[in-house]
Design a protein around this ligand. Sequence first.
Ligand code: MSK
Length: 669
Amino acid sequence: MPEEKPDKKVEKKPTDMSIDTAVCEVLSNCEGVVETAFDRAISIRPCPIGAEGACCKHCAMGPCRLVAKTTRGVCGATRATVAARNFARAVAAGAAAHSDHGRGMAFALLAVAKGETEGFRIRDEAKVHAVAGYMGIKSEGRPIMDVAREIAETALGEFGKQTGELIYLKRATPARQELWRKEKIAPRGIDREVVEVMHRTHMGVDQDAENILDQTLRASMTDGWGGSMLATDITDILFGTPTPLQSQVNLGVLKDDEVNLVVHGHEPTLSEMIVAASTDPELLEYAKSKGANGINLAGICCTANEVLMRHGIPPAGNFLSQELAIATGAVEAMIVDVQCIMQSLAEVATHFHTKVITTSPKAKIEGATHMEYDEHHAYQSAKDIVRVAIDNYPNRGAAKIPGPKPDEALIAGFSHEYIRYMQGGLYRGSFRPLNDAVAAGRIRGLAGVVGCNNARVAQDAPTVQIIRELIKNDVLVVVTGCAATGAAKYGYLQPEFMDHAGAGLREVCEAIGIPPVVHVGSCVDNSRILTILTECATEGGLGDDISDLPAVGICPEYMSEKALSIGSYFAASGAYVLFGLPSPVSNSPEVVDLIQNGWNARFGGGIEFEPDIDALIAKVFTRIDAKREALGLAEYDAARFGESGDRQMEEMLETLDKGGSLNVYSVSR
Ligand code: MSK
């Protein structure tokens, strides 16, 4: 018999790199005509030296490649120093991005409080009081705008603070605060810690990997317990604290006969006004005059999550879908602000009629139309942009929008206030039922599945595999960012997905009235997960701190530096975080060990990179079960529970189906 030859390496096609059939349909239409990130990910090999954190380009004597027998750069920097510096800078960039978002929200609140903006108002007064309480600001009996102004000024003060500690550290458990002080990683001011990472990682400054990584943690905490938490709180104040609502997801939300606008990026201020402008009677009339039957708004990335959580505006997709929304030929305007915006959008748009509109002075793209957003005239800015989109409608050619599928419906809008409210109502809301369910073993543990798409892995595949396996094994999952949108695309945010949950988890979700996969918001809303975990830890019965909880963080398809910042602040907060991609510090076993085991020993949380998704899932269960054992809880037994609880979930759906709202703004008081 002739010897069998090994298979020839099969060339990948763009459509192999997504499990989303709508995305694949558009990718097929693009073949040979429009180049996308999917094509480029196939043709560009990732640099193996940079990928491992082995390249040092911090001075002009390099770049030094610390590979093979080279263990030091020209200056003598070791592999550990170089890997730690690279990681630190990535985290600092991520923390800067999220925190600058928080700063923008604080300026918006200040403008509202001073009466300097039209269009915005305070929508959640209860949250104003709650945030004032966190900040130690007296609010009772004062005019709401005075309190809002002091909140905004205090928030802005957190950026430039030079000494002391971030105010929001007080929202952590007492045990965690003490640990941060003991380990000397409590951050002082937001800008100070980010600047200090840049200083320390300049040539010839901090050469000790562990010391560099401590500063990395400090900077990351300015994100989670600083900029992101402020962004979440102030967004709730200005635009409302989310409550559950229904929507749709994916490219099929675009409409054949309406003006399609897609908002993309991260900051919600302009998009909030665009939501309002898209229902403005004058503009609707104008759209009709151009032959359109209406104005249809959709989103991409986290701007999408912001307007989904508060208005039910449907996401057209997650990170890797951004070019494809344009490639449907049905988008009149894609309005971008900051972060996660591919430069290729302007080039893709040249093949269609779409106008890519940049709106932030921080983010311009060659080939795009720049219409700078002015928060003092927010509504007028939004109207001007919507008008440009309407004017573009008659230019639309033959569009090919993938048809919507039935499982592309979703429920979102789960703020931590709402989750607490569901567990006891307005006056007796708590996390007791959830804690009891974990203690009893109905719920095996908790997992946050967060983060991006990455063109190096099949879009959404790891995310849905992980979520499916977790809920089957009674792990309650909370989702944010593009992972949330990914989950939604396959029906995972529908109540019907309860059928795939383990019996114990299902029983609890039905009783409390939450789905087994809970959408808590955008990337900055990972701060809501910090709050939820802290509430679980302080409720009692599951230890004293986040590190005691049977909980893990998972970032299956990370792409952004912000994800590394998120992973780091969760590690500092006591959560173990698994990333589903190769390690960016693998060139230094010392750094791999420091962020995984070293941090775990000191903070009870760490970061591990595990690209084998089956192995990652196994590690999640091992971690959760070890934490259960350490708490002295009963060993998880999948067959132990199964009788359904009451019908709160169904009742909630009935209310939504009848067009009712679940307004619990007052619960945040
Ligand atoms: S948008 S940071 S691709 S989650 Fe928040 Fe998605 Fe990641 Fe951007």
